[in-house]
Each structure stands twice: as structure tokens, then as C-alpha cells.
Design a protein around this ligand. Structure first.
Ligand code: AMP
Length: 630
């Protein structure tokens, strides 16, 4: 791996030279005068003095050479909708949407919240925002009213773009009532709502506030809205993610650094070229959807396949059928999806002509070896694990086959990517661990490379406090993941150091779920813990002390209260956050000083030894958990 080793070393030791070269991969209106300003660590300003535009690099730049080539392939197996937009058609749609945004008063720097299912209009909306310098904030469609309201309050958008409904497994999932409720809960309601009416379900329109996309599009059919040249550091978007506290964190991304980082990743990591087809099965509500459904593939001049539907419907081979039909070259998914497919007939993996496919990239949660082996054998293609976070925007650990062919090791996402000065720290002493197979916290020495978060929206102090530790002379960013490195420099990720859990690749804060459950009138105290699950990697389990437990000896009464609590979480946060089980305890297992024994609860649920319990105040609740699970 000599070529990659020197490529990586150069990215760390000749940082500016390295990224100056990478910056050539994109179009600039004004080239930068300085590569990295790290004079106020841990804040890094990339490509200072430059001006560019993300939408220009994703769409307009390709109009000269490949206007008629496919840019966005939209497939919904839920509605049967299937349409391909060329770069020229995508450009037209994005400009229409940009004109609509302007007509609704959206200006540079304004926030636009996008709460949408997987429809092509969501892609137009994102690209239209960055085209005119509005800052989009996509909220995952699976989130419900309270989760949405807290994000509206933090982003204070002037406009929300939404749709009547999504569809999942053939079932219509209405969005508008949740949005209306979120707006009524919000302290800073938006002035306007733009509604894409898919005709899936009737919905209530608020006069003067709600606008119809189809009608406005008709008025702006011939719109020409040029890209606004933006300073490198102009925020392109915010994306909310979970942390230790209940309040979601608005990860803020810049314009130029992100564009350069994605262009570089498409070349060095994903090895994608114009004319090829990228199919990421994620959702635009997650970071993978931002970087590798919308921006990355388009920046590279590839077509991107945007998919609404399940991997198993109308049949378990639907993804491979799409690979065959559209000659997909790159696929990106999550281990959970592969575990779902594992339950299908393995013959489906070889039923279609997938000869166009070069590799399957998997990320978002640990990729267990049996799953990796199963899909590798079934497809006969390279399976490439990659580890990153909402915060980083692109992979921290993987292999960079575009620099040099690199071996993958099952169970390991790979080695540090160029630009990420990855280290392992002893969590007690803060000292760097340099030996093989020593467990530590995965950290990145600042500055973070281009494309990572600039700060948390509106909260520089929280950004510094949450992620950064200053050791004399340097700043380190914590990933909040445990890891080890083997003798070959490959890392293995061993789980989070904080109370964040990962359910089917979806990152959830246990605190947020606890806050929701606490709002039930009969809940005195609650703890939510992530517990290992065969299919989803982890599931949330809730442990509740009821205010009035008099009736709870009866199994029927317990089941009823459990159902009420699950419904409450569904309606406030969304089904993604719903605990798999709610168990009722007489008290929570705590130490004598009152600290919740999360690890002990988790161990008991996973039928492992709970370890040292000498500090436990009262072991009764652990026994209650055992009894109820038995
Ligand atoms: P998110 O910000 O939602 O992308 O979640 C990031 C977290 O997911 C990381 O901090 C890890 O805990 C986990 N994660 C992401 N990718 C991987 C991977 N390839 N292997 C293991 N864990 C991963």
C-alpha cells in the first residue's frame, strides 16, 4: 500500500499542497487565496477567498459535455413512478424550483426545511436551495411532529417544503398532519409551506401559508435562475443528528470544502466516472442521502438512482433488477438492509444480470462478518465497508481504491482516509495509543479536512464543548466511537462511547426517546438502552418506573401501558425511535450515588454477565428485567 501511504502522509504533512490539488477537481468562480485558515482552532476555514456554487458543480457544469445523459433516475416501487431526468432536464426543474423559492421570498442565507418522502422534487429542492444560497435542512420523513418541531425551532426556516404523504410497503404515510402539528408546536413557525401533492391522500391547506408546487411550477416553466456565486464558507446546509442531550445538533456544512471533499471522494474512494450510475439506497434525510444520493454522484457527472420503496417489494430481487435495468455501477447501502435480504431466497442474488456493478459500499453501522461474507458470495462483487458520521460528511475509514487497489478485511471498515489524522486515545489519560490492538476512543486531530462540519448551527460553543478536547498544542475531535487498530493499520469500530444508539443504521439519542416517554402521565422515571439485535444491529429498550403501578401486576395492564408508550413515541418522534419493548420496574438500577447502570442493563438484556455490581444500590430491578425477559 505504498502509493496510498504516501498519498495519506502528504494529506497530513503537506495539508495545503494536497488540498490545493484536490480543489482543481471542481469549478470555481473565484479561486481561493488561502487553502486552510486554522488560526482559530478548532474552527477550520477551507478555501478562503474563493467563490463557487454546489449546484453549479453538480448540475450546470455538466451541461456542456453531457446535457442529454441521465442525471437523476427516479424509481418508486410504491407508486409505480419511474422517470429519468437528463442533466438538462434536471437543470430546468431545479431552476423552476429556485424561481418558486424566490417567489416565496427565500433569499440567500435563509433556511428552508425539507420534510419530504423520496420524491424527485426533494432533490430539486435541495439543489435549488444551494443554487441561490439558501441553507437547506432536510428532516427525515420518518420523524414525527415533536422531533420536527424542535428542528423547525432550531433552524427557523422561512419556508418548509413538504408533500401530502410518503408510502411504505404499499401503505400511505401522511406527512401533512404531522407537519401541521409540528408548526403549531413550534415557537418560530415558518411563513410559507410549499406542498408537493402526490395525490396519495387528501390534506388540509392553510390559506395564505400553504402553496401548491404544481401550480407555481406552471408559472415558472421557463424560469432561468443563475447560480449565485457564494463565498467558500457560506453554509450549504444543516442536518440534524442525535447526541447525548435531548436537543438535536444542527451539523453545519460549508460550500467549497464540501464540494471539493465530495469530488475527491468520488475519485479516490468510489472511483466513479461520468456516464456511470450510482444507486444509494439511503434516504435524503440522512447524511448518506446528502453526500451520495444527491451531491457526490452528480458532482462526478454520474447518474444517481433515487429509490422510494423497500428492498423486498414487489419481490426480494428488486434492487438487482434495478441494477440490471439501469446498468448500475456503484451501490451504497447499510448492513441492516443486507440482513433483511438474507431472509430472501439467495437465488435472487444471481437471477439478474448485475455485470455492470463494480462494488457494493456499506456504511452506517458495524458490518458483521457473516453478513459481509453472505453478500460477497451471493453477488461475487467487492463489498466495501466505510465508516463515517453525519458530522464528517464523507468516510473517515475505508479503502481508497482510486489511489491504489487496497485489500479489505471483513469486520474492519479500513484505514484512515486522506485528510483525517485519525488517532486512538486512552479514555482515562488522554494519551495516544500507538500499539496494535489497544482499545481507545477514535479521534481526529484538527483541523478536520474539508467537507466536515464547520460548527453546530447557531452554537459555536456547543460545537467546541461537544466534540473537541484541547491538549497542549493541538485540538482533537472525538468521534464518540471506541476502536482498535491492528498491526496493518486497519481499524475496527467497537461501538459508541456515549448514549447514542444505532438502530438499523439510524442514529438515535436515548435522551430524546426518554424525554418523549417521560411525557406519559403514568411515567415516573425511564431509561432507554440500546440492546443488540440480530437484524437491526441494535434496538431501543425502555425501562419504566410507573407513577401508579397498582394495576401492573396484571400482564394485560402492562401490555396496555406498553402500547400507549410506544404510540406516544410514534406520534412525537416517529416509528424509527419506537422502543422494541417497554419493561416496568419498581425502580431503575442505579449506583449508590444515583448513576444509572446502563451497561449492566444492557448486559442483562443481552444475556451477558453484568460485571462488577458492587456499587449497585439495589439489585432488584436487574432481577426484574431477567424475569420479564424470561
Ligand atoms: P450517523 O451520523 O448517523 O452516520 O452515525 C454515525 C455513527 O454510526 C458512527 O459514529 C458509528 O457509531 C456508526 N457507524 C457508521 N458507519 C459505521 C461503520 N462502517 N462501522 C461501524 N460503525 C459505523
Amino acid at each position: 500500500m505504498d502509493a496510498y501511504a504516501s498519498f495519506y502522509q502528504r494529506s497530513i504533512h503537506d495539508r495545503d499542497g494536497f488540498w490545493r490539488e484536490q480543489a482543481q477537481l471542481i469549478d470555481w468562480h473565484v479561486p481561493p487565496t488561502q487553502v486552510c485558515d486554522y488560526s482559530k482552532p478548532p474552527f477550520a476555514r477551507w478555501f478562503v477567498g474563493g467563490q463557487t456554487n454546489l449546484c453549479h458543480n453538480a448540475v450546470d457544469r455538466h451541461l456542456n459535455d453531457r446535457a442529454d445523459q441521465p442525471a437523476l433516475i427516479y424509481v418508486s416501487t410504491e407508486t409505480g413512478h419511474e422517470i429519468t431526468y437528463s442533466f438538462a432536464q434536471l437543470s430546468d426543474e431545479v431552476q423552476r424550483m429556485a424561481a418558486i423559492l424566490q417567489s416565496l421570498g427565500v433569499k440567500q442565507g435563509d433556511r428552508v426545511l425539507i420534510y419530504m418522502p423520496m420524491v424527485a422534487e426533494a432533490a430539486f429542492a435541495m439543489l435549488a436551495c444551494v443554487r441561490i444560497g439558501a441553507i437547506h435542512s432536510v428532516v427525515f420523513g420518518g420523524f414525527a411532529s415533536h422531533a420536527l418541531a424542535s428542528r423547525i425551532d432550531d433552524a427557523s426556516p422561512v419556508l418548509v417544503i413538504s408533500a401530502d404523504a410518503g408510502s411504505r410497503g404499499g401503505k400511505v404515510v401522511p406527512y401533512k398532519p404531522l407537519l401541521d402539528e409540528a408548526i403549531s408546536l413550534s415557537k418560530l413557525p415558518p411563513q410559507s409551506v410549499l406542498m408537493v401533492d402526490r395525490g396519495l391522500t387528501p390534506f388540509h391547506r392553510v390559506d395564505g401559508r400553504d402553496h401548491d408546487y404544481a401550480a407555481l411550477r406552471q408559472q415558472h416553466l421557463n424560469a432561468r435562475v443563475p447560480c449565485v456565486w457564494l463565498a467558500s464558507e457560506h453554509p450549504s446546509y444543516t442536518l440534524y443528528t442525535s447526541g447525548t442531550t435531548g436537543k438535536p445538533k444542527g451539523v453545519q456544512r460549508d460550500t467549497a470544502g464540501y464540494t471539493v471533499a465530495l469530488a475527491a471522494s468520488m475519485q479516490h474512494i468510489f472511483v466513479g466516472k461520468p456516464g456511470e450510475v450510482y444507486f444509494s439506497t439511503s434516504d435524503i434525510g440522512w447524511v448518506v442521502g446528502h453526500s451520495y444520493i444527491i451531491y457526490g454522484p452528480l458532482i462526478a457527472g454520474m447518474a444517481t438512482l433515487m429509490y422510494e420503496g423497500l428492498p423486498t417489494r414487489p419481490h426480494g430481487g428488486v434492487w438487482w433488477e434495478l441494477v440490471e435495468k439501469y446498468r448500475v455501477t456503484h451501490m451504497f447501502s447499510a448492513p441492516t438492509a443486507v440482513r433483511v435480504l438474507k431472509k430472501q431466497d439467495p437465488a435472487l442474488l444471481s437471477k439478474y444480470d448485475i455485470s455492470s456493478l463494480k462494488a457494493l459500499y456499506l456504511a452506517g453501522e458495524p458490518l458483521d462478518e457473516p453478513t459481509a461474507q453472505w453478500i460477497a458470495d451471493g453477488l461475487g462483487k467487492p463489498i466495501i465497508d466505510n465508516y463515517w458520521q453525519t458530522e464528517t460528511g464523507w468516510p473517515i475509514l475505508t479503502v481508497a481504491n482510486g489511489v491504489q487497489p487496497m485489500p479489505s478485511k471483513f469486520g474492519s471498515p479500513g484505514v484512515p482516509m486522506y485528510g483525517f489524522h485519525v488517532k486512538l486515545l486512552n479514555d482515562h489519560t488522554g494519551e495516544e495509543l500507538t500499539g496494535a490492538n489497544e482499545k481507545g476512543v477514535v479521534v481526529v486531530e484538527g483541523p478536520l479536512p474539508p467537507g466536515c462540519l464547520q460548527t453546530l448551527w447557531g452554537d459555536d460553543e456547543r460545537f467546541v464543548k461537544t466534540y473537541w478536547q484541547s491538549v497542549p498544542g493541538r485540538w482533537v475531535y472525538s468521534t464518540f466511537d471506541w476502536g482498535v487498530r491492528d498491526a496493518d493499520g486497519y481499524f475496527y469500530i467497537l461501538g459508541r462511547t456515549d448514549d447514542v444508539i444505532n438502530v438499523a443504521g439510524h442514529r438515535l439519542g436515548t435522551r430524546e426517546i426518554e424525554e418523549s416517554i417521560s411525557s406519559h402521565p403514568n411515567v415516573a422515571e425511564v431509561a432507554v438502552v440500546g440492546v443488540a439485535d440480530q437484524l437491526k444491529g441494535q434496538v431501543a429498550m425502555a425501562f419504566v418506573v410507573a407513577k401508579d403501578s397498582s394495576g401492573l401486576a396484571d400482564a394485560g395492564a402492562r401490555l396496555k401501558l406498553e402500547g400507549e408508550i410506544m404510540k406516544l413515541v410514534d406520534s412525537q418522534l416517529g416509528a424509527v425511535a419506537r422502543p422494541a419493548r417497554v419493561l416496568f420496574l419498581s425502580l431503575l438500577p442505579k449506583t449508590r450515588s444515583g448513576k444509572l447502570l446502563r451497561r449492566a442493563i444492557q448486559a442483562v438484556c443481552e444475556r451477558r454477565d453484568p460485571g462488577d455490581l458492587t456499587t449497585i444500590d439495589d439489585p432488584t430491578p436487574l432481577q426484574q428485567i431477567k424475569d420479564q425477559l424470561a
